[in-house]
Ligand binder design. Structure first.
Ligand code: FAD
Ligand code: DLZ
Ligand code: SF4
Length: 536
């Protein structure tokens, strides 16, 4: 009775439900799957991170007494698909049953659902209890509600986990300190970059493989400094808790040129592939708060991101079903501009964000939401193209977390299931939260004309264009009032300015994301409109 336990590239957790019984004669199957690397053409750093973390994890399991069958990308006979490799492994090991943890996305869940028919064996599919809220628990919570409100979910999770709670009440008497998390950082602050790790022999071999096989994918492969083992990911966690978390809350929404990480955790790549668990990172934050090492607004802000937003988007992804991605509430059809890949635009905020993600496979939340996502929504890019881009470029991107954030939060393509209004903003927001505008060729204070910040006219044009769908939204009434106070001539020149800018956009750039013969994208070069109110 040999049990085959397939472990996917984002299940690299020794306490994974399928591994909990201990070795017991089972065979763990891990596979470098060609199809996973090019169903979208992931950033080179992301592929290297996953392959290296997988190879290290296999070694750790072996050291723990497990038999691990590890199929490398170039191993002879590798079929290049999860299902093909499960079928081959069943035959190799004479397996009599399969045990696996549910996947993080519908696409792979569907493959797993086919394994019983593919192999003729019983397949036990276990819930992924690394998440604090199961798919069923979220569905129960959501089922009773007219609207899904993250803040309500979050409070429920605070009660359920007991984090930052005292005698059934939130510590500090408030649930949410978001309003205190939007400070503009003073000049000259020291930012503690997250630790980087020198590639060992395993990683070096993977880097060579990725350089060779994925040369045409987006992004810089080196320098490569990600943690690829649990031990190193724990160092990154300790560093964040000790050095960055104390100021995490204050400057959560800021953007500073040359500082990719500010006081952000930069832990999502490790959380999402399983090197760290959500439980341990929130417990570490709570413990630092209990020791008096971090203020409440920081601890609460961070814990909210994990047990609130992270669990909420995952719950919503599975609750909404595989068709969630199909909606296009704003009927957006434009192609993604080429500069999302090349960085070649004079809009400094966008150019800098693209240059950063090319280098680091990382942007922080406000760059993702209020620069890159905001612009794509204002110009009306087809949601599927935006989603594909986000899935490609970020080391932490897996569909369960990418899709709700992009489709729902950033593009409002779900029509308001995830959020109650679009996260749209003009240049004034970016100017207030960043130091880009002073160095930009565009003037953030101008609304129209060739030198005006494009975000400004585009913002008003977006509102005017979508009045039929958004005009009745209570949270946008003030903005529509402002627009209505524009004289007709002013409205006309604003919309004409937006139209003139849209005509200048470079042609479609889809080819970089979708599977096709390798070709390296070019390297990137190094009256006040309203402000978006963020709720995090
Ligand atoms: P911090 O700002 O330090 O936050 C701490 C942790 O909270 C993160 O590591 C992450 O695990 C969690 N978190 C915070 N916000 C969210 C959120 N909205 N959804 C889920 N988890 C959250 N996050 C991903 O992990 N993968 C993605 O593919 C992804 N795509 C995004 C796309 C868009 C358009 C937007 C607006 C957000 C996206 N996010 C995504 C959420 C968030 O931007 C990243 O989790 C965060 O930037 C990761 O960096 P960090 O670890 O420094 O985060
Ligand atoms: C993202 C990714 C990549 C690039 N490669 C692999 C791989 O070769 N083998 C593997 O098991 N997993 C990989 N992954 C992660 C999977 O895509 C991920 O497990 C599924 O999307 C389910 O969330
Ligand atoms: Fe971006 Fe406009 Fe500021 Fe330039 S002026 S950096 S385009 S917000």
């Amino acid at each position: 009775m040999t049990t085959l336990i397939p472990v996917l590239g984002d299940q690299l957790t020794s306490d994974l439900a399928s591994l909990r019984g201990g070795p017991d004669g089972a065979v763990v199957l891990m596979v470098e799957v060609a199809a996973e690397t090019h169903y979208v053409r992931h950033h080179k750093k992301k592929i290297a991170l996953i392959f290296s973390a997988m190879r290290h994890f296999a070694e750790e399991l072996r050291a723990g007494g497990w038999t691990v069958d590890y199929v490398r990308l170039d191993d002879p006979g590798n079929t290049g698909s999860f299902s093909g490799e499960v079928v081959r492994a069943v035959a190799r090991h004479g397996a009599s049953r399969i045990r696996v943890v549910e996947a993080g996305e519908w696409r792979v869940d569907a493959m797993i659902a086919g394994w019983a028919a593919d192999t003729g064996l019983p397949v036990e599919i276990l819930p992924d209890d690394r998440f604090l809220c199961s798919r069923t628990d979220f569905a129960e919570w959501a089922g009773a509600r007219k609207r899904l409100v993250m803040e309500e979910f979050y409070r429920e999770m605070r009660k359920r986990t007991g984090l930052l709670m005292r005698a059934g009440k939130p510590v500090g008497t408030r649930w949410n300190f978001d309003a205190e998390n939007r400070k503009v950082p003073p000049r000259g602050l020291n930012y503690p970059a997250p630790p980087t790790f020198v590639p060992d022999a395993i990683t070096t071999e993977v880097l060579d493989l990725v350089a060779d096989r994925f040369a045409g994918h987006f992004g810089d492969l080196e320098p490569f400094g990600f943690a690829v083992t649990r031990a190193d990911a724990l160092i990154a966690l300790d560093h964040f808790i000790a050095v960055a978390l104390p100021r995490f809350g204050d400057y959560q929404d800021a953007i500073v040129e040359g500082q990719a990480f500010l006081y952000h955790a930069a832990l999502s790549p490790y959380l999402n592939c399983g090197l760290l668990t959500a439980r341990e990172v929130v417990q570490a934050a709570q413990a630092a708060f209990d020791r008096g090492e971090v203020p409440l607004n920081a601890a609460e802000g961070f814990i909210r991101q994990i047990i609130g937003w992270r669990e909420y988007v995952r719950g919503l992804y599975f609750w909404a079903g595989p068709d969630y991605a199909k909606s296009n509430a704003l009927q957006a059809t434009r192609d993604l501009p080429a500069f999302y890949w090349t960085g070649e635009t004079e809009m400094r905020c966008l150019a800098q964000s693209v240059a950063q993600v090319k280098r680091e496979a990382y942007n922080h939340h406000i760059q993702r939401l209020m620069v890159l996502g905001n612009f794509a929504m204002l110009i009306g890019v087809e949601p599927a193209q935006v989603e594909e881009w986000y899935l490609v470029v970020y080391a932490d991107a897996y569909e369960w977390v990418e899709l709700p954030n992009v489709h729902g939060m950033s593009q409002f393509a779900d029509g308001g299931i995830l959020g109650s209004k679009p996260y749209a903003g003009g240049g004034a927001y970016i100017n207030r939260m960043s130091d880009h505008c002073g160095r930009c060729r565009y003037d953030v204070k101008q609304r129209v004309g060739p030198d005006a910040c494009p975000f400004n006219a585009l913002y008003w044009d977006f509102l005017a264009r979508h009045r039929d769908k958004l005009g009745g939204n209570n949270r946008l009434l003030r903005m529509y009032d402002n627009w209505d106070r524009f004289a007709p001539e002013r409205q006309k020149e604003t919309r004409e300015s937006a139209a003139a800018f849209l005509k200048t956009l470079p042609p479609a750039a889809r080819e970089w994301a979708v599977a096709q013969p390798d070709a390296a994208p070019p390297a990137p070069p190094a009256g006040p409109p309203p402000e978006a109110v963020l709720e995090r």
